[in-house]
Every structure is written in C-alpha cells, then in structure tokens.
Design a binder for this molecule. Structure first.
Ligand code: PHE
Length: 336
C-alpha cells in the first residue's frame, strides 16, 4: 500500500505541475482528492491491513494528502497571479489619470439655499405658487388698485388670456392664505418678471424670496426682530440693519430694509436688500372674500420680500446682473 501511495503522490504532483489554468487544476484535485479520487479509494484499503501496520500507514496517508494539498494551493496562487498580470498587460500604470471636471452650485442657488436654511431654522415652511398668475392673486388681492403703475402693460407681461407673469412672489401669500389656516409661517423663493429695460442692474426675470407670518397679535417688533436676526445670519453678526419708511399697497406700515456692507476696497455703504411691512387689513379682507369665511379677518401679520440676485451680487461683488443668467462657464466656474 505504501508503494501505491507513493505512486499517487508522484502522479498527483506531476498533474498539478502540468495544469494550465484554474479549471484543469480543479479537475486534478477531484481526480486525486475527490470523493471517488484515487487517494480516497486507496485509503479505503486501510481496513484490510493488519492492526499493527495501521498507524504507520495512516500517517503516510496523511502526509501524502497534505503534500498534494500544499502543492494544489501553491499552484492555485501561481495561476491567479499569472491571470492578474495578464489582465493588466499593456497598461501603462505610470500614466496620469484623467481630470474630472467638478460642477458647482450657481451663485443664485447658493444664496437661495443659505437664506432658506436660516429661515427654516426660524420656523418658516417652504411654499410655492405658479409663475403664470391671475390679476387677482398678483394685484387685486394685494390691494393694488387698477391704475397702479405696476399693472401697466409697459411694466408687466400679459397673456391674451388676461393672465400675467407674476411681477413679484407676493402672490404666494394670497394662495397660501386661501388654502391654509392661521398661524401661517411661509417663505416662497421663486422667479418674478418685469418689463424692465435690460442693463447691468435690471433684467426681465429676477429672483425673489417672499416671507409671510400671520397669527394673532403679530407686531412690528416681531417683524424687526425676525428680519434683523435673518440679515445678521446672512451677512455676519456685526451687520448694521436699517428700516426706512416706504410704501407698498399690501402692507401698512411699510419699510425698505438697508444693510451696511463693505465691498472689497470700498467704503462701507447702505444697500437696499428687501421690502417689508405689516399685512394691510385689506389683504385679509380679500382673502376672506375669496375663502368665503372669516378665519383671517381678525389676524395680524408681517410680510417681506427680497431680491436674491441682488444678495448674490453683494455677496460676490458681481457688477453685472446679466452674468447670472448667461451661463458662461468662465463666470460660473468661479463659484462652488
Ligand atoms: N413685493 C414687493 C416687491 O416686489 C416686496 C415686498 C414683499 C414688500 C412683501 C413688502 C412685503 O418689491
């Protein structure tokens, strides 16, 4: 039997050495070590041996098995290494990688996201409304009389249907109050359109962020505190904020808000960033008529609206608003 084992070992090692790939190596393994393999068959002869020969033969059997297994393992590693080497053959590993162009956020998107995240932390929820609006939502419900200059065909884009491109995001105030119950705390960022003469500071499309807070007993103090906090979070803690009396049909009293900012290499100066005021009772009345109930009649509130293009221009010292819609990569790649 010893003789037989030696022959198996010699044959197995020769077959392993001759295996050309992992598949034929596996076949060799089955031939010798498999359930019906020659070593397995040989070991079945153990039971016919005289008792005193069994231990020595058992040990010999183990040694042969181990030798074959070790040889199989080594060959498998060699074959794998050869396969790995073949798969990268001809590749020059010293070549530089290709540069991936990285995109970035548009400055308007960045400003909008910053403003929205501050206001959301303060409890305002996002609201939306259509850009093609009715005169009711854009003007009438906002207490804007028929002869107000903003309603002029020279200032506003009208469709034949009588609808128009919203001239401000304030129409979202009305739509929200038509659909919700107080308290209302919303912000609505979005596009607005005016028939302006196009130059470095005017386009026919621009971007606003509207805010509305409606509840019982809302005061001018709430308005000032909220907007001062917001503008400091936007422009820095030491930013000075100033409220200047102004007129809007839908708020009373109304203000424009200036912040004192210093552009690089320039003297600090006051820059107008937003309009705001206490919601005019006439707006609540229009909403009540539209809803057919009195839910908003006894309410108070404040509203504000700001130009996002202008905030972006201030933040990055952009001198021409047209750059914000031209999508020139040389301009855009400076951001993000
Ligand atoms: N809708 C005004 C504008 O476009 C801004 C504003 C909004 C003013 C809300 C007061 C309250 O100029």
């Amino acid at each position: 039997m010893k003789q037989q084992l030696d022959t198996i070992q010699v044959n197995a090692l020769a077959a392993i050495a001759g295996a050309e790939d992992e598949r034929s190596l596996e076949e060799v393994r089955i031939t010798f070590l498999g359930k019906k393999g020659s070593l397995t068959t040989a070991s079945a002869g153990m039971k016919d041996l005289p008792k005193e020969e069994k231990p020595a033969m058992g040990q010999a059997l183990n040694e042969v098995r181990q030798a074959i297994q070790a040889s199989l393992e080594q060959k498998r590693t060699e074959l794998q290494a050869a396969r790995d080497a073949a798969s990268v053959e001809g590749l020059d590993m010293t070549l530089e990688g290709r540069d991936l162009a990285r995109g970035g956020l548009h400055p308007l998107t960045e400003i909008k996201e910053k403003a929205v995240s501050i206001l959301r932390r303060m409890g305002f929820a996002l609201a939306e409304g259509p850009e093609i609006e009715t005169e009711f939502h854009c003007f009438d419900a906002l207490n804007t009389p028929q002869d107000h200059p903003a309603r002029n065909e020279k200032d506003t884009f009208y469709f034949d249907s009588g609808k128009l491109l919203r001239t401000h995001t304030s129409s979202v105030q009305i739509r929200t109050m038509e659909a919700a119950k107080p308290p209302v705390r919303i912000i609505a960022p979005g596009s607005a359109y005016r028939r302006d003469e196009i130059d470095a500071t005017h386009l026919s499309v621009f971007h606003q962020l509207e805010g509305l807070y409606v509840d019982e007993n809302v005061t001018l103090g709430d308005l000032k505190g909220t907007l001062e906090y917001f503008l400091k979070a936007m422009f820095g803690d030491s930013t000075e904020v100033r409220f200047r009396p102004h007129f809007f049909p839908f708020t009373e009293p109304s203000f424009e808000i200036d912040v004192k900012l210093q552009a690089k290499g320039e003297e600090p100066k006051w820059i107008e960033v937003a309009g705001c005021g206490m919601v005019d009772p006439a707006v609540f009345s229009a909403v009540s008529t539209s809803r057919g109930d009195q839910v908003f009649e006894s309410m108070t509130g404040f509203a504000f609206g700001m130009g996002l293009d202008r905030l972006a221009m201030i933040q990055w010292g952009i001198k021409d608003i047209r750059l914000l819609i031209e999508n020139d990569v040389r301009f855009l790649s400076q951001f993000g």
